[in-house]
Write a protein that binds this ligand. Structure first.
Ligand SMILES: Nc1ncnc2c1ncn2[C@@H]1O[C@H](COP(=O)(O)OP(=O)(O)OP(=O)(O)O)[C@@H](O)[C@H]1O
Length: 251
């Protein structure tokens, strides 16, 4: 096993005395496509916020040998840990290529950024290929379909050399076709990276998760393969029972 894995130990986040994340420990290996599921308010997004520096936390979250908790947001990004939000945050007036170029420049100094580019950098070409937006490179991001914007945002993490990707509900609002394309994309990028997907879409989880962690009231309720967590009576009681007919769980 190389050092490319995310290890959380007893992560705890408190808001004014309210414990939102209550001692979470989990390990996500490179090549794993880990889904983080659980009812609304379980603490999924707060856990991702803690790992990416948006909220203070106690405990430990390491990637390689580096402690991520309570570091500055930009430092965590530079360490190779990237995230997306529920709403895609791309620059709508800029083209696909410009969005990727700016993201690629996040790690470079201002002087290098100002220098005119004669060709498309290799990492941007690669990202375009992986996210399947090569033909749309000169389109304004604002005219992309919802799914394509999410893929562009993932591409922006790839050009920043993210080794850990934390994706918050990446398929929310997508068509069935877009969901499937997104699953294939996550498989491609997940083979060489550590990917954690926060999701409520249980059909999507069943199709693409290689492992699942179920959070409930800030704690890990269950963890294992899709089959294992689905068969866990505690999970059925607090969460999956409600999804039996809809495929989607919202409380
Ligand atoms: N900034 C904050 N201040 C106070 N409480 C917060 C804050 N952020 C989140 N919480 C609370 O922490 C708990 C966990 O919220 P969180 O958004 O992490 O849950 P979640 O599992 O991501 O839910 P959802 O599936 O609805 O996105 C909730 O009770 C929420 O109200």
């Amino acid at each position: 096993m190389n050092g490319d894995y995310l290890e959380l130990t007893d992560v705890r986040v408190t808001f004014d005395g309210f414990v939102a994340v209550d001692g979470v420990s989990m390990t996500v290996l490179q090549g794993d496509l880990r889904f983080l599921i659980g009812p609304n308010g379980a603490g999924k997004t707060t856990l991702v916020d803690a790992i990416t520096g948006l909220v203070a936390a106690s405990g430990s979250a390491t990637f390689g040998a580096t402690q991520l908790l309570n570091q500055k947001v930009h430092k965590i990004a530079r360490l190779g840990v990237g995230r997306t939000f529920q709403t895609a945050s791309v620059f709508e007036e800029l083209t696909v290529l410009q969005n990727l170029d700016i993201a690629a420049g996040a790690g470079r100094g201002p002087l290098t950024l100002l220098r005119r580019r004669s060709s498309v950098p290799e990492e941007v070409e690669e990202a375009l290929e992986i996210i399947g937006l090569g033909d749309l490179r000169d389109k304004q991001a604002g005219v992309l379909a919802h799914g394509q914007k999410q893929w562009l945002e993932i591409g922006m993490l790839l050009v920043q050399n993210a080794r850990v990707l934390l994706l918050d509900e990446p398929v929310a609002g997508m068509s069935a076709h877009e969901r499937d394309e997104t699953g294939q994309l996550l498989r491609r990028i997940g083979a060489e990276r550590t990917v954690v997907v926060v999701e409520h879409d249980m059909d999507f989880m069943r199709s693409f998760a290689t492992s699942v962690t179920v959070l409930h009231a800030g704690r890990v309720l269950s963890e294992g393969t899709v089959a294992e967590v689905q068969a866990d009576p505690r999970v059925q009681e607090v969460y999956l029972g409600r999804a039996a007919t809809t495929g989607e769980v919202r409380s």
